[in-house]
Design a protein around this ligand. Structure first.
Ligand code: ZN
Ligand code: ZN
Length: 136
């Protein structure tokens, strides 16, 4: 499936080809912190199936508990996370689904690192809902 997307401010844009069955949620603590959210949703694209159209992301290299280093790419202007990738010899880009224009079509099929998932994210049905911003 062809997708395209970019950051919030519009500096970074990209196009990619992905398999919608590969969309996954990650509940690991690194994803919680780096996304600023309870979990992160990503989809892989092979190296040759991803290309930046505009902008140059800033890279933060994080070191996992296991010692594995991964490049975290984000917009230097607005901070939107765009993808993660191996630091050298990149074979695959893990695209952040929130930046994909077609994200409504990308339903996750897998949840990983569930041992660190925040217990309330597994069931949001009981949380009060509003169609727009709740101000009072
Ligand atoms: Zn931006
Ligand atoms: Zn993670």
């Amino acid at each position: 499936m062809k997708i395209d997307g970019g950051c919030h401010c519009g500096y970074i844009t990209y196009v990619a080809e992905i398999d919608p069955d590969e969309v996954r949620i990650c509940h690991c603590t690194d994803c919680q912190i780096l996304s600023g959210s309870p979990f992160r949703t990503s989809v892989p694209a092979a190296r040759d199936a991803f290309s930046l159209r505009t902008g140059q992301p800033k890279i933060y290299v994080k070191t996992a508990e296991s010692g594995t280093k991964r490049a975290q790419a984000f917009c230097p202007e607005c901070g939107t996370p765009i993808y993660s990738a191996a630091v050298t010899d990149t074979q695959m880009f893990m695209i952040r689904v929130g930046t994909v224009r077609q994200r409504a079509e990308l339903r996750p099929k897998i949840q990983q690192w569930c041992r660190s998932a925040l217990d309330w994210v597994m069931d949001l049905h009981s949380v009060r809902q509003f169609a727009k911003q709740q101000t009072s």
